[in-house]
Ligand binder design. Structure first.
Ligand code: PMP
Length: 400
């Protein structure tokens, strides 16, 4: 009965790793996947995560019962505090509802399903370009997706004018997806003045902000600085949604731990919204898994573990920043044609190199270096050892 099912294409991001795994070359390098690697090229489990897991294992009161539909209550409270700030008025006024979700993707999907059922405007504007899964998540939930200009290939920076024009001509009430920090794939973020202008425009038109926060603390090394955009919108008393992921900042990729918060105008509305979120979640996966959320809650509520986490987080962010400098210096020293200063200016895990699909294909074929075809490289996958080979590959690709 399934004989007519056609072969689906590989996911454009995860497919890079599939191709990488098939390559027998000992020199191969995977810069496609958005996961942190140590200087030795190894995945990293944070010390605080190991400690939290130890505490959990040694706690005889811990059982494996189901969580409520909305997840672990402590985790939800602490997650809201982490993104909105310890002094958030919206939290104090109980105007925020937070539900535990299956990492950032799950939070985006639950938020989108809620909006499709209960919000009057079904169009969501996403930046052009954006993380490849965004349009699929929102379309699958029944929203209709449009794009707003974001990136200018000429300046390799923000197309701020284009962004303002496109959001300015969006229908009143439309949903707007915003990357809270470290925009993926471009690494280009608005300045805080630009954020303020975006906020004013969006509020004046009643556009609904939906923040995707997948890199809090990972971009600058500061949890507060990386949440500044979100807090700016919440401080004005208006509504917003925020999807949080602990994949990158706590290295909990495979644990699938994240949260969706919806900031409402009153506590009463927030409570009704939460009741509807439960109706969204229950038939999807009933309730979320317990382990990852318990790790996060353990780290966030213990002052020593929390402080230790911020140190480990900063170390990851700093290593990425230092890889930017090393790659930039190596290209300068090699005399590679072109202006590469965007490698230093861009923020977060990725550099949007400006290499085109042909150049990427050339680098994969000749140098066994894997990345997405839009020329995005994960700086977290790079190390001092691999910078020279990448430099040679880029040099050859742009010189040929
Ligand atoms: N949003 C953005 C912008 C991302 O880059 C990612 C991860 N690549 C996610 C959301 C979701 O990741 P996860 O579901 O693993 O938390």
């Amino acid at each position: 009965v399934f004989a007519t099912v056609v072969q689906a294409p590989e996911d454009p991001i995860l497919g890079v790793t599939v191709a990488y795994n098939k390559d027998p070359s000992p020199d191969k390098l995977n810069l496609g996947v958005g996961a942190y690697r140590t200087e030795e090229g190894k995945p990293l489990v944070l010390n605080v995560v190991r400690k939290a897991e130890q505490l959990l294992v040694n706690d005889p009161s811990r059982v494996k019962e189901y969580l409520p539909i909305t997840g672990l209550a402590d985790f939800n409270k602490l997650s809201a505090k982490l993104i909105f700030g310890a002094d958030s008025l919206a939290i104090q006024e109980n105007r925020v509802t937070t539900v535990q979700c299956l990492s950032g993707t799950g939070a985006l999907r639950v938020g989108a399903e809620f909006l499709a059922r209960h919000y009057h405007e079904r169009t969501i504007y996403i930046p052009q370009p954006t993380w490849g899964n965004h349009p699929k998540v929102f379309t699958s939930a029944g929203l209709s997706v449009k794009t707003y200009r974001y990136y200018s290939p000429n300046t390799r920076g923000l197309d701020f004018q284009g962004l303002l024009e496109d959001l300015g001509s969006a229908p009143a009430g439309a949903i707007v997806l915003l990357h809270a920090c470290a925009h993926n794939p471009t690494g280009v973020d608005p300045t805080s003045d630009q954020w303020e202008q975006i906020r004013q425009l969006m509020r004046s038109k009643g556009l609904l902000p939906f923040f995707d926060s997948a890199y809090q603390g990972f971009a600058s090394g500061s949890l507060d600085a990386d949440a500044a955009s979100v807090r700016m919108f919440v401080a004005d008393g208006g509504e917003c949604l925020a999807a949080q992921s602990y994949a990158k900042n706590m290295g909990l990729y495979g644990e699938r731990v994240g949260a969706l918060s919806i900031v409402c105008k009153t506590a009463e509305v927030a409570s009704r919204v939460e009741s509807q979120l439960k109706l969204v979640i229950r038939p999807m996966y009933s309730n979320p898994p317990i382990h990852g959320a318990s790790i996060v809650a353990t780290v966030l509520k213990d002052r020593d573990l929390y402080n230790e986490w911020t140190v480990e987080l900063k170390a990851m962010a700093d290593r990425i920043i230092s890889m930017r400098k090393q790659l930039f210096d190596a290209l300068q020293a090699r005399g590679t044609p072109g202006d590469w200063s965007h490698i230093l200016k861009q923020i977060g895990m990725f550099t949007f190199t400006g290499l085109n699909a042909n150049q990427v294909a050339f680098m994969t074929k000749e140098y066994h270096i894997y990345m997405t075809s839009d020329g995005r490289i994960s700086m977290a996958g790079l190390s001092s050892r691999t910078v020279p080979n990448l430099t040679e590959a880029i040099h050859a690709a742009v010189s040929s």
